[in-house]
Write a protein that binds this ligand. Structure first.
Ligand code: IPE
Length: 264
C-alpha cells in the first residue's frame, strides 16, 4: 500500500463564500488541480461546503439545534444538489489534469447520531484507491439516527478518514496562513503560530474562535482540537493557506512552507 494523503480544500478557497447564488472559484480550482497532479501516493480530496454548503444549510435551519424536522428535510435536496455541483466541478478540473477521479458522496452511505459519525463505510474508498483512483468526497448533509439530518463537515471527514485509514499526511487548506493568535480580519497584526502541540494547545485554543460568515460547522478552534486528537509521532498534519500558490505543492513534497503544523 502506498502512503495515504488526505487534502481538505476549504470551501472559502474553492467557492466565493459570500456569493449568492453560490459561485465556484475556477481560478483557484485550476491551480490546485495542477499542484495536486504530481503527487504519486494514494490521495483523498475532501471538499468543504463554502457557498454551496453553508448558505443552504443555514437557510434551512442547520445552525439551530431547535429547527423543526420539516424545515431540515426541505434543506436536504438543495444542500445535496449544491454539493454535487461543486464536486462535479472539482472532478472536472482534476480530470483535465489527467488525475483519474471518482466522487464518493457521504450522504449515500454515512449516518450520524446526534451530529457525530455513527456509520461510515470505507470499503469503496479503499477499493478506489487500491485501483489507482483519486477519491473526492465532501462535507454533506447526512441522515441522523436521532435528529432527522445534520451537517457533516469536510474537516470532520478528513480527520475521521485519517484515523480510520491510517493516513500518513493530512493537509487542511484554508484562506489564512494557518492558526493565528487573533482573528486576522479584525486584527491585522495577529501573529502566526507555526506549531501546536500538547505544550501550547490550551493557550492557543483559548484564543482561536469560530470563523465568521455563515459557517455552520465550527471554524478554526474545532479544526485544531480535532487535529490534536489524531496527532501521532510519524503523522504529518498541517493547516495552511490554500489561496497562496505553491504551498500545497510544497507540503505534498514535504518541503518547508508557511503553515501551522500539529504534533503530539
Ligand atoms: C461544510 O463543510 C459542509 C456543508 C455545509 C454541507 P466544511 O465545514 O468543511 O466547509 P468549509 O470548508 O468550512 O466551507
Amino acid at each position: 500500500m502506498k502512503p495515504l494523503t488526505i487534502v481538505k480544500l476549504g470551501g472559502s478557497v474553492i467557492t466565493y463564500k459570500d456569493s449568492s447564488p453560490p459561485r465556484i472559484n475556477f481560478k483557484n480550482l485550476t491551480r490546485i488541480a495542477k499542484e495536486l497532479k504530481e503527487y504519486k501516493g494514494d490521495l483523498i480530496i475532501v471538499l468543504g461546503g463554502g457557498a454551496h454548503g453553508h448558505q443552504a444549510a443555514h437557510s434551512h435551519g442547520y445552525a439551530n439545534p431547535e429547527s423543526p424536522k420539516d424545515i431540515l428535510l426541505k434543506g436536504i435536496p438543495p444542500i445535496r444538489h449544491n454539493m454535487s455541483e461543486l464536486a462535479l466541478s472539482v472532478e472536472t478540473s482534476l480530470n483535465k489534469e489527467g488525475i483519474l477521479t471518482v466522487t464518493i458522496p457521504p450522504f449515500c452511505s454515512v449516518t450520524l447520531k446526534k451530529g457525530v459519525i455513527h456509520n461510515f463505510p470505507i470499503h469503496i474508498i479503499r477499493k478506489s484507491l487500491d485501483n489507482g483512483l483519486v477519491v473526492v468526497t465532501h462535507g454533506d448533509v447526512c441522515f441522523d439516527e436521532e435528529k432527522t439530518a445534520a451537517i457533516l463537515s469536510g474537516d470532520t471527514i478528513a480527520v475521521y478518514l485519517t484515523e480510520k485509514m491510517n493516513a500518513k499526511t493530512i493537509l487542511i487548506g484554508t484562506d489564512v496562513d494557518g492558526v493565528l493568535d487573533d482573528n486576522p480580519r479584525l486584527n491585522p497584526s495577529a501573529k502566526h503560530i507555526p506549531l501546536i502541540n500538547q505544550k501550547n494547545k490550551e493557550m492557543i485554543l483559548s484564543k482561536t474562535g469560530p470563523s465568521a460568515n455563515t459557517d455552520v460547522t465550527g471554524g478554526m478552534a474545532k479544526k485544531v482540537s480535532e487535529l490534536l486528537d489524531i496527532a501521532r509521532k510519524n503523522r504529518i498534519i498541517a493547516i495552511f493557506n490554500l489561496t497562496v500558490p505553491a504551498r500545497l505543492k510544497s507540503l505534498l513534497r514535504n518541503e518547508p512552507t508557511i503553515c501551522t503544523r500539529i504534533q503530539p
